[in-house]
Write a protein that binds this ligand. Structure first.
Ligand code: ADP
Ligand code: ZN
Ligand code: ZN
Length: 760
């Protein structure tokens, strides 16, 4: 007899079951009895323990007809559970689309139908008919059966026509009759029609069987055969690209970082590698941040890989997601282009995991399980003997540090493809400007570009029209009812909106306290700047932000229209800083470089550097040289200085020095514990209790302190930060879950975030 640790969906613990079936493997789905019901379990591991203080139930059977998972996949999920201190159920739900999960169907079935089976025929016959003549029925069933039908009352005669008579009375006899026409009936339907007591009695007498059926993956519409297409001919790599591609193929290392300036042709390298792998029958996963999954990226992959590529973005329906998943599972699709959760795609013979724009925050999930697809990718590659390639023009400080230490193999490309020049960068001190929207310098460059029929991209990383509305009469500022944050005003749809909880209300034009209409708007958002822009330039302008991007196909249309020259200027939030390739854009303006810099987080400098360097990279991608104007109130800030030097390395040197002195990642590891409650009262005391419970001398603990936005969605929030060296944190984590479990209280929510990317 062997013992297995089994996971059952929607439960939080693992359960032990036994079996003497020699063939059971980790990752198999098995039928077990759980709380007196049949459930499907997933084998996680074999237990070494043989003695249990309770009766261990036996596994009923292995469900060979069900989807099973590889042992590596199970190992990966278990690793995530341990590393991010999350529940296995949450990990499993995230990793496996609900469309392929097991569903149950409870049905009642009669045991004996005997000679009356014939009645089934009449029922089925009437499924497609409403009324039939006697003669037709007699011809079909014979006189004897026909009489029986009438006598039993299944058929009734209306003006010489016969039709089915539906019963509605509820007695045992009725029920038997009801079942004479049906083989089995769903639980809900039957319990609605008949008395549950009658049903129970019949089940007890053995006349009726109540059974749970597994309704699984035989949904025909999920299965589709894809035709294999030949791969198209390659683009030719230049020497530098070729060298990197060959080196990665030949290397016996597993982790690579390519830092190549924007437009250096990194994507081409990845595509070549994936193609070579595919020719050997090996698959790859290509991860992009949501926003980079642009139509052009999708088109590029479809062109290269045809029906062999599965595209997994967050807007897929459950059914489409399941279809894609299944086609990867069967091996029909071997290349996956997708966002964060595509890291779990069941790709066969995985050779490459490419993580494009590896510095992006969106690889980290900000709800449980709080995993980072980048590190999950590294772990998965380790388990499956695949290679991980991280790529970025502005790698995260952590990744570049690991590359410096030789943990990642580093390749760098300093020049753009075909030697397109990197744009020149000018910094403008806004303190010295009269107009606080557009500097003289930016206006001049914009005019020049427009005269030459070239295009312009302007970045302002702030949504809405204004972030603060204040009444000039009574001083009242409009604030969210559920959050301790001021409401943003959106002129585009006349609403006031909270950026934290998303609640919005109509803007009346009057102070909500005293009714005055003397309101002042400050905190300029992208809509406000658009308004100013339109006053200055009578040209075609398109605004791109979260509001407009909600419209279906907006992004795709915007991309095509802008490329075709229908617009002269694009103004947008951070969403325009990435991935877009418009050869005719020569001027990029950053309206206010300070928005992120002023956030009190040790990564805000890095983020500012990345965002501005990325948007600057949109300029001069074609034959024409580009120009970038950065407006700031803090020109002396070292981040701005490094942006202008346009040397990632200089920026890195400065930043890593700071991280070392302050003992921040990558030198340390951080855990953030968020504690929240609907009531403010008692929260602080509770936080101190938590603090006491999780204290440990090997690590540094800070807090508790209020979150930067104290109240969100009606909950008051505090944080405790934990910092320590890698080993201490790893040791500490092992006992943290236990400690927290002990002090859990239903009035408070505790969220543990391992390797957080937002500290506020
Ligand atoms: P990155 O991913 O580094 O920002 P891309 O791969 O998007 O850069 O390349 C920038 C531009 O150069 C794209 O338009 C791409 O098609 C072109 N390009 C890069 N390498 C090649 C090549 N070997 N042959 C043809 N065009 C290339
Ligand atoms: Zn007022
Ligand atoms: Zn709110």
């Amino acid at each position: 007899m062997r013992y297995y640790s089994v996971y059952i969906e929607k439960t939080n613990d693992f359960y032990t079951y036994a079996s003497d079936d020699e063939n059971i493997k980790v990752g198999d789905r098995v039928l077990v009895s759980f709380r007196n019901k049949e459930r499907v379990g997933l084998i996680l591991k074999e237990e070494l323990e043989k003695d249990y203080p309770f009766k261990v139930l036996k596994i009923k059977r292995v469900l060979y007809e069900e989807i099973s998972f590889s042992k590596n996949f199970v190992a990966l999920l278990l690793w995530i559970k341990e590393y991010y201190l999350s529940s296995f159920d949450q990990v499993f739900s995230t990793a496996v689309p609900s469309g392929v999960k097991i569903k149950y169907e409870d049905v009642y079935r009669v045991v004996k139908v005997d000679s009356l089976f014939a009645l089934n025929e009449v029922f089925e016959y009437f499924l497609s008919k409403i009324k039939v003549r006697k003669k037709t029925l007699v011809d079909r069933f014979g006189k004897e059966k026909f009489s029986l039908f009438v006598e039993k009352g299944y058929l009734k005669n209306i003006d010489g026509w016969y039709c089915l008579d539906e019963d509605s009375d509820c007695s045992e006899e009725e029920l038997k009759n009801y079942f004479e026409l049906r083989k089995e009936v769903g639980k809900q339907t039957l319990e609605k029609k008949f008395d549950k007591k009658v049903l129970d009695k019949m089940v007890k007498n053995g006349e009726l069987i109540f059974e749970r059926r597994i309704k699984s993956f035989d949904d025909e519409n999920l299965k589709k055969t894809y035709k294999m297409q030949d791969l198209i001919e390659d683009t030719k790599l230049n020497l530098e690209q070729q060298k990197i591609k060959d080196a990665i193929e030949e290397s016996n290392k597993k982790h690579f970082l390519i830092r190549g300036v924007t437009g250096s042709g990194k994507t081409e390298i990845y595509i070549h590698l994936i193609k070579r792998a595919l020719e050997k029958g090996n698959g790859s996963i290509f991860l992009v941040p949501e926003i980079s999954l642009t139509p052009q990226m999708v088109l590029r992959f479809k062109k290269e890989f045809g029906e062999r590529v599965a595209i997994l973005h967050s807007r897929l329906t459950q059914n489409d997601r399941a279809k894609e998943w299944y086609s990867i599972y069967t091996g029909e699709k071997q290349v996956v282009l997708g966002v964060r959760s595509a890291i779990f795609a069941p790709v066969k013979n995985l050779e490459y995991i490419v993580i494009d724009e590896e510095h992006e925050n969106s690889y980290k999930q900000d709800s449980n399980p709080r995993y980072n697809a980048k590190y999950v990718g590294i772990k998965r590659a380790e388990l499956e003997n695949a290679k991980v390639i991280l790529g970025s023009a502005t790698p995260s400080i952590e990744s570049y540090y690991y590359a410096q230490k030789g943990i990642f193999q580093l390749y760098e490309i300093e020049n753009r493809y075909k030697d397109a020049k990197l744009p020149e960068i000018d910094i403008v001190d806004m303190k010295k400007e009269e107009d606080n929207f557009f500097s003289e310098k930016l206006l001049l460059e914009m005019r020049n570009a427009l005269l030459k029929k070239e295009q312009i991209i302007l970045l302002l990383n702030r949504k809405g029209y204004s972030t603060l509305i204040q009444c000039e009469e009574c001083g009242h500022m409009e604030e969210c009812e559920h959050c301790s944050i001021k409401l943003n005003y959106y002129s585009s749809n006349g609403s006031l909106k909270c950026n934290y909880c998303g609640i919005s209300k109509r803007f009346t034009g009057h102070c909500s306290k005293c009714g005055s209409d003397k309101l002042s708007f400050s905190g300029r958002g992208v809509e406000r700047v658009e308004e100013e822009l339109r006053k200055k330039f009578p040209v075609n302008i398109i605004r791109v932000d979260g509001e407009v991007a909600k419209e279906k196909d907006f992004y795709e249309n915007m991309y095509n229209d802008f490329l075709a020259g229908k617009y002269d200027i694009m103004i947008g939030t951070q969403m325009i800083s990435r991935g877009l390739h418009f050869p005719n854009v020569t001027v990029v303006g950053v309206i206010n470089a300070d928005t992120i810099m002023s956030i009190p987080d040790f990564r805000s400098g890095e983020r500012t550097y990345q965002m501005i360097t990325q948007v600057a990279g949109r300029a001069g991608r074609g034959d024409k040289d580009g120009k970038v104007i950065i407006q700031t109130y803090q020109p002396e800030n070292y981040i701005i200085e490094k942006i202008q030097e346009n040397s990632y390395k200089n920026f890195y040197e400065k930043e890593i020095e700071k991280r070392e002195i302050l003992f921040y990642p990558p030198f340390s590891k951080v855990i953030n514990i968020g504690i929240s409650s609907e009531k403010e009262e008692g929260l602080e005391e509770y936080c101190y209790e938590v603090l006491k419970a999780i204290q440990d001398e090997k690590i540094e603990i800070y807090g508790p302190m209020k979150s930067l936005v104290y109240k969100v969605k009606g909950r008051y929030r505090c944080n405790i930060f934990i910092k320590g060296d890698r080993k201490s944190i790893n040791d500490y984590k092992k006992s943290l879950e236990e400690k927290i479990k002990k002090i859990e209280s239903k009035n408070y929510r505790i969220v543990v975030d391992v390797d957080p990317i937002n500290l506020i």
